[in-house]
Design a protein around this ligand. Structure first.
Ligand SMILES: [Zn+2]
Length: 99
């Protein structure tokens, strides 16, 4: 019953549009200017940071300042591919290996 926890199409369209607008904002540019991935805490070129929804739009997440973080492409891809538990484990490994 996947459809039950998924967000409806109108929500997804609206939040994706808001995300595009947020990406143009000074607030977002300032966040990216720090050049650090929110998840793995590695230095990333501002131009290579992507916008990630902490709670994915497809799961009912919103494109608000509290729910979007700048992260590197690797984390963005991994977070989409992995289950929450696997994602936590992967992230722990990345942080440890960078110390
Ligand atoms: Zn990262």
């Amino acid at each position: 019953m996947d459809w039950f926890i998924g967000a409806d199409e109108a929500h997804i369209k609206r939040e994706r549009r808001k995300a595009r607008e947020l990406r143009q904002s000074q607030w977002w540019k300032r966040r990216c200017a720090k050049g650090v991935c929110h998840w793995c805490e590695q230095p990333v070129k501002p131009a290579e940071l992507t916008m990630d929804h902490v709670v994915p739009v497809a799961r009912g997440g919103m494109s608000t300042k509290g729910n979007v973080v700048p992260c590197c492409k690797t984390c963005n891809t991994k977070k989409k591919q992995l289950l929450p538990m696997e994602w936590d484990a992967w992230l722990e490994g990345v942080k440890k290996s960078s110390v």
